[in-house]
Design a protein around this ligand. Structure first.
Ligand code: P5A
Length: 452
């Protein structure tokens, strides 16, 4: 993309309404625009990151064997009356009437709709196991929408639902989700710690939240610092293997790590004092096992091997897709702006032309741009007629992890500069070396993908 033709409405001043750094930087970098409390438009740069996050989620769902669907945002109240949640859900649910005076609602979650799909189409245990998921907008009329996309009213969620014949099989689905979420967050450059949590309105007696540690987090958490040493890394996983998923679950959940809802002082006190931590965290996902809670009330049954009908065993699993942008920025920024991890960056590399209009500088920039694109990469070329300082500040603000700076002085010796946004360090090299270096940096990032 050439910046002169892009739509990147950056703000010069800090917006007054933003209380935390990620909200401030998303507004300043022209990623989002607030339309009402907790409701945002996604501008091109924000949308690009959102799409990269969605892509990682889709890939890791495919790797775990889960199947994408898309359900409506507007749901019928009758389904929620069947499950018994229509009255319980309270004021967080946005209730709507259609022209025929029928009660509708903007879905805050989709357990009811997916159970309705299941009961209409699945009849036999032979069709199990089955996990369906979607990435779709949700609405929760939060009392206090705040911190930008972090606590929105309209927000994007990945929500998945597993259907299994037995409790053991449903618990394997739970473990499989926990494992696949670990990989999902790591690909986004995040450490998200699974912590024992509370079921809340979704219900269930078995649930973990995934938390990214950050001072601005809304959740209070308690953990054994040894847990932060664990890395999922590049493990080859057979998601069908009950033993493998179980052993990874145990590895990542055996240390003490709990939200305040489940915190227990006596157990916590048994951890050596130098490893005891209380901190704040951002909840970027949650997984639930709730058994037959919805299938029983809504009549979602299958014929088992013995010919008898049984209610199907279920769980649900959520990732806060739009919230993740805020969480990633909270975890990765400095006083100049955002620092995107390579896995989610909106553009792979910025090209800064120090002398726009100079024939040889322009053509060197264009050649680098073309070569990067030919290598399958997505560069942002700052081809505006602006001062170098303004171009650097803009690139630092929007946080591309790499920058290639091209000016007449360097070019006289066939040199450009490659700069890391994270370390601030620069190196001189030929334009073709710079392209090769960028390609080498992104090769493993691209290789971590999975066909969807
Ligand atoms: C799991 C999927 C559920 O709703 N039903 C379907 C289950 N879980 S949850 O924990 O309530 O939500 C899943 C994730 O969505 C994010 N989230 C939000 N993001 C932005 N603004 C909000 N108001 C908001 N509410 C929830 C969180 O990341 C949460 O973990």
């Amino acid at each position: 993309m050439r910046l002169s033709r892009y739509f990147l409405p950056v703000l010069k001043e800090d917006p007054k309404e933003a209380q935390i750094v990620s909200h401030r930087l998303m507004l300043r970098a022209g990623m989002i625009k607030q339309q009402s409390a907790g409701i945002y438009s996604w501008l091109p740069l924000g949308l690009k990151v959102l799409r990269r996050i969605e892509q990682i989620v889709h890939e890791e769902q495919a790797r775990a064997g889960h199947i994408p669907v898309l359900m409506p945002t507007i749901q019928s109240a009758d389904l929620w009356r069947e499950s018994g949640r229509y009255d319980d859900y309270g004021q967080e649910m946005l209730r709507i009437k259609d022209r025929h005076d029928r009660d509708m609602l903007f879905g805050p979650t989709n357990e009811e709709v997916i159970t309705d799909i299941f009961r209409a189409h699945v009849n036999s245990y032979k069709d199990l196991p089955l996990t369906l998921y979607q990435i779709q907008w949700k609405f929760r009329d939060e009392v206090r929408p705040r911190f930008g996309v972090m606590r929105g009213r309209e927000f994007l969620m990945k929500d998945g639902y597993n259907f299994d014949l037995t409790r053991e099989a449903a618990l394997h689905a739970y473990n499989r989700h926990l494992v696949s979420y670990l990989r999902t967050y790591e690909r986004m450059g995040l450490q998200a710690i699974p912590m024992r949590a509370d079921g809340g309105p979704i219900g269930g007696d078995y649930t973990h939240e995934f938390l990214v540690l950050a001072e601005t987090g809304e959740s209070e958490v308690f953990y054994d610092s040894a847990i932060t040493e664990l890395k999922f890394g590049d493990r080859a996983i057979d998601y069908d293997s009950v033993e493998q998923c179980q052993s990874i679950l145990e590895e990542f959940t055996s240390r003490y790590a709990r939200t305040d809802e489940t915190h227990d002082e006596a157990t916590f006190a048994q951890i050596p004092e130098d490893r005891r931590r209380s901190a704040r965290g951002i909840e970027v996902g949650q997984i639930f096992y709730f058994g037959t809670k919805y299938s029983e009330s809504m009549g979602a049954t299958v014929v088992g091997p013995d010919g008898a009908r049984v209610p199907v065993e279920m769980g649900s699993h959520g990732i806060g897709v739009s919230r993740l942008l805020g969480a990633i920025i909270e975890a990765s920024h400095d006083d100049k702006g955002i620092i995107w991890p390579e896995g989610v960056t909106p553009f792979h590399v910025g090209i800064v032309n120090l002398k726009q209009g100079d024939a040889s500088t322009d053509s060197a920039c264009q050649a680098i741009y073309d070569d990067l694109r030919a290598a399958g990469l997505d560069p942002l070329y700052d081809d505006r007629d602006e001062r170098a300082g303004a171009k650097f500040a803009g690139m630092d603000l929007i946080g591309l992890p790499w920058r290639i700076t091209v000016g007449p002085r360097g070019l006289a010796n066939n040199k450009v500069e490659l700069t890391s946004r994270r370390s601030g360090e620069s190196e001189e090299m030929s334009p073709s070396e710079a392209v090769a270096r960028i390609k080498a940096i992104y090769d493993p990032v691209i290789a971590a993908g999975y066909p969807v």
